[in-house]
Design a protein around this ligand. Structure first.
Ligand SMILES: Cc1cc2nc3c(=O)[nH]c(=O)nc-3n(C[C@H](O)[C@H](O)[C@H](O)COP(=O)(O)O)c2cc1C
Length: 183
C-alpha cells in the first residue's frame, strides 16, 4: 500500500547535492507505489516564528496567523504519512529555510492539532570530510522526531560534497535510493 510522502528540500542550489539525492529518493519511492509530493522550502519565503501564540487560539484553517506563506506547506505536512527532510549542513546545523518549518510546527502543537505518528527521514550533505560535521543537524532532527512522536526511518548523510556535482563521486544516490525502500 503506497504512502503519502512529502519531500521537503531546502537548498538554494536547484541542481545541488541534496536536491540530487531528493530526486533519486523520489524516483524510487514512486516506482515503489508511493504518492510523493515535493515542496521546496528554500524559495517559499516563510517568515520566522514570532512566538505570538495566536496559533493557540486559532480557529481558522491557517495554522500560522502571521504568515499565509506557511499555509500551503502546513497542509502538505498535515496530510502526509511521511516527511523526508532534505537539507545541506549550514553552520553545523540545518539551513534557516528549513529551521522556520521546524519552528512553525509549533503552531500545530499550540493549536492542539494532532500531527503525531508520522514517519520521517533525513537526507543531507556537507563540505567537510568528517561525519561529526552532521552532529548538530542530527541532534536537532532526532530530538524533534522524538518530540513529535514521528518514527525516524533512516538518515543519509554524505560528507565531502562542496561543489555542485560533488555527490557523483560518493554513494549518495545509492543510499538515497535505498532509503526509499525503507518506507
Ligand atoms: C551558508 C552555508 C553554510 C555552510 N556550512 C557548512 C558547514 O558548517 N560545514 C560543512 O561541512 N559545509 C558547510 N556548507 C557547505 C554545504 O553543506 C555543501 O556545499 C553542500 O554540498 C550543499 O548542499 P547543496 O549542494 O544541496 O546546496 C555550507 C554552505 C553554505 C552555503
Amino acid at each position: 500500500m503506497g504512502k503519502k510522502i512529502l519531500v521537503l528540500t531546502s537548498s538554494g542550489r536547484k541542481n545541488g547535492n541534496t536536491n540530487t539525492m531528493a530526486a533519486a529518493f523520489i524516483k524510487k519511492a514512486m516506482e515503489n507505489g508511493h504518492e510523493v509530493t515535493l515542496y521546496d522550502v528554500s524559495h517559499a519565503d516563510i517568515k520566522p516564528c514570532f512566538d505570538c501564540k495566536a496559533c493557540a487560539k486559532n480557529t481558522t484553517a491557517d495554522p500560522c496567523l502571521q504568515d499565509p506563506n506557511f499555509t500551503e506547506v502546513a497542509g502538505l505536512i498535515k496530510n502526509a504519512e511521511a516527511v523526508v527532510f532534505v537539507m545541506p549542513v549550514y553552520w553545523f546545523t540545518m539551513p534557516a529555510q528549513m529551521k522556520v518549518i521546524f519552528d512553525k510546527l509549533w503552531s500545530f502543537i499550540m493549536a492542539g492539532t494532532d500531527i503525531t505518528g508520522k514517519e520521517a527521514a533525513l537526507i543531507s550533505a556537507c563540505e567537510e570530510d568528517s561525519m561529526t560535521t552532521f552532529d548538530g543537524l542530527t541532534l536537532a532532527y532526532e530530538r524533534a522526531m522524538k518530540y513529535l512522536n514521528w518514527r525516524n526511518v533512516g538518515e543519509v548523510l554524505i560528507p565531502s560534497c562542496f561543489e555542485v556535482g560533488a555527490l557523483e563521486k560518493t554513494d549518495g544516490i545509492v543510499k538515497a535510493t535505498a532509503l526509499a525502500n525503507r518506507f
